[in-house]
Design a protein around this ligand. Structure first.
Ligand SMILES: C[S@@+](CC[C@H](N)C(=O)[O-])C[C@H]1O[C@@H](n2cnc3c(N)ncnc32)[C@H](O)[C@@H]1O
Length: 451
């Protein structure tokens, strides 16, 4: 592939993610599967796409210093400049003159002579003068927002919720690489054997402290490993693995996963039940419920039944007190997974968070009736917003006096999590920077005993 074809693909993907508010990982994977990107370019392609989105606000701050105020810049030209500046500032393997040359060529073919000369002028000035320092920004919150590329409302909100130190750490971590972790399929291989196999293939790995099935990939490409291609391991963040550990499903149980797609946690639960018992996995969308079925088939798990259904209406399907275990891995803003889906930070609004919080409470209120008297229920989200986590749980407990937080949950947490920051009386908030994972919230609830 000629290099400017690679850059053209990068630009197309960036424009599509921006315009359609598409999920970066879906658009990116589609392009990778199209065959337009050579295997040797996949790493660079992914790095420039993610990096440009991840640092968008910082790149715009740099750009503003070189574009006359009020000048109208077409969206594709702005995106071309952002991705070029990203390469000039954050990557050191491509010389500036090559980056500028390619950007100018792309501008010539997509636009006209004027666009090419504008792109050339801006990038050459940046090459000559260097980009401005973000630490000159006087306002502290704005400085965090621009340096780490998080919208101001989000920085202000997190400072209100968690204070300055946690917010700054969280925002910084959100711009950094997160190690991939995988979950071993215990019906096929032990973690020890999997670690041996991966090490013999040249990967550097270590066991996760969060789950006996988890492995952290410190270095090397897991996607090319035999264990991955033959479905002995599946990619999952360590925080997500905690859920099935804390739920304690047993082989003969009836378990409900009310919001289950794409099936990461449902399949983990099914594995822990050693393919016995029954896991009823629902999701609002039929297309997504299909993904759960596909994931179960892929991992040869036959104890999962996937069916599209609104969690708030599951009482139509099941009588009260049906399930031994219930998982509500609720739809959420996803602010804990910004590292994998950086566009989330620009697309979500405070209004979305408000709406989600009331949906989450609604789901809890309806689904909880389906739990057996002695059963336990896990509530989790992949967000770091209090309104969707602590507040939802507190409201649920306020409206349902016969429910409580299962206090043994805190004692059962794996060692590094016990007493970690983020523990409150209603659950555990994990921040991305504490263990280099996703941001995640979870808690376990049960009914108060009648004596
Ligand atoms: C956080 S994701 C679940 C991830 C999943 N548990 C896993 O581990 O792969 C939340 C899911 O809830 C689904 N959802 C949203 N509203 C719902 C509702 N009212 N009832 C059931 N599922 C819903 C979304 O489609 C989404 O797939």
């Amino acid at each position: 592939m000629q290099t400017n074809q690679l850059r053209n693909s990068i630009l197309d993907v960036l424009i599509r993610i921006d315009k359609d508010q598409g999920f970066s990982h879906l658009v990116l994977n589609e392009e990778l599967k199209s065959g337009r990107i050579l295997a040797k370019d996949e790493g660079l392609f992914t790095e420039i796409v993610y990096g440009t989105i991840q640092q968008k606000m910082t790149l715009d701050f740099y750009l503003e210093a070189f574009v006359k105020q009020g000048k109208k810049v077409q969206p594709w030209v702005k995106m071309l400049l952002r991705m070029s500046i990203y390469q000039m500032v954050y990557l050191d393997r491509i010389p500036d003159h090559a980056i500028i040359h390619e950007a100018v060529e792309i501008a010539k073919t997509r636009g006209h002579k004027g666009s090419a000369s504008f792109v050339n002028g801006v990038l050459r000035s940046i090459q000559r003068k260097g980009v401005p320092e973000t630490n000159q920004i006087q306002d502290r919150n704005k400085r965090i927002a621009i340096t780490t590329s998080h919208p101001m409302w989000l920085v202000n909100r997190w400072i209100d919720q968690y204070g300055l130190e946690i917010t700054e750490e969280m925002c910084k971590t959100n711009t950094k690489h997160k190690p991939i972790t995988v979950r071993v399929q215990p019906l096929k291989v032990t973690r020890e054997k999997a670690i041996q196999q991966l090490t013999s293939e040249g990967l550097e790995v270590e066991p996760s402290l969060f789950s006996p099935q988890g492995i952290i990939i410190v270095d090397g490409n897991i996607l090319k490993s035999k264990l991955f291609t033959e479905d002995y391991v599946t990619i999952q963040d360590q925080t997500s693995m905690l859920v099935a550990e804390i739920l304690h499903p047993e082989q003969n149980m009836k378990v409900l996963d009310a919001c289950s797609a794409p099936g990461g946690k449902a399949t983990h639960i099914a594995e822990k039940m050693r393919n016995h018992g029954e896991v009823y996995a629902h999701d609002l969308h039929a297309k997504k419920a299909k993904l759960v079925k596909e994931k179960a088939d892929q991992l040869h798990l036959t104890n999962i039944q996937a069916l599209a259904y609104d969690a708030r209406k599951l009482q139509e399907l099941y009588p009260v007190h049906t399930f031994d275990r219930i998982l509500i891995d609720a739809p959420c803003s996803g602010l804990g997974v910004i590292r994998g889906k950086p566009e989330i930070k620009y697309h979500k609004t405070e209004n979305d968070i408000e709406k989600l919080s009331s949906i989450q409470l609604d789901i809890l209120n309806h689904v909880s009736t389906l739990l057996k008297e002695e059963g336990t229920m896990v509530y989790s989200t992949c967000t770091t917003d209090k309104l969707e986590n602590e507040t939802v749980v507190r409201r649920f407990l306020g409206q349902n006096e016969c429910w409580q937080v299962d206090k043994t949950f805190f004692d059962e947490l794996p060692e590094p999590l016990r007493g970690s920051i983020g523990i409150s009386s209603v659950g555990l908030q994990i921040f991305p920077h504490t263990f280099n994972t996703d941001g995640f919230f979870l808690t376990r609830l049960k009914r108060k005993s009648s004596e």
